[in-house]
Ligand binder design. Structure first.
Ligand SMILES: [Zn+2]
Length: 138
């Protein structure tokens, strides 16, 4: 179990809890889950909601030392009884369908000021394409 403050200060993740962690394929995998008291409608923020299925998603985050960190989380589809919408819950730490977090994207941008795309990709265990895409992101 990892403290919620640690998730916030290290990875910029708020309102989630870390249920467990493991070391798999040379990566630290944090199994995180949005706290049920933080779940709400993505549109109107109402708490009058029903969970309507889920998908699992993995997000690459900033490394701990030289060890890559993967966030493994269940993302619910939420049906709102207030506004009637039926959407996947909003994930605040990654944009759209990206497989890496905003914080990792910021680290890539900072490192690219002093290193090449190839060396940043090697250092962060990312593909050249991921580093290149994050530089052209909006
Ligand atoms: Zn709503």
């Amino acid at each position: 179990m990892i403290n919620s403050s640690f998730l916030f200060f290290s990875f910029g993740i708020e309102g989630f809890q870390c249920n467990s962690y493991s070391y798999k394929d040379s990566k630290i995998v944090l199994n995180i889950q949005k706290r049920s008291d933080k779940m709400c409608c993505s549109l109107c923020r109402s708490k009058h909601i029903v969970r309507n299925g889920h998908v699992w998603r993995d997000f690459k985050s900033v490394p701990i030392g030289h060890t890559p960190v993967l966030l493994h989380t269940k993302i619910y589809r939420i049906k709102c009884k207030a506004c009637g919408c039926d959407l996947q819950e909003n994930i605040h730490f990654a944009y759209g369908k990206r497989t890496y977090t905003a914080r990792l994207e910021n680290l890539v941008m900072d490192l690219l000021k002093i290193a090449t795309i190839k060396s940043v990709a090697e250092y962060l265990h990312l593909t050249w394409d991921t580093v290149k895409i994050s530089t052209s992101a909006d």
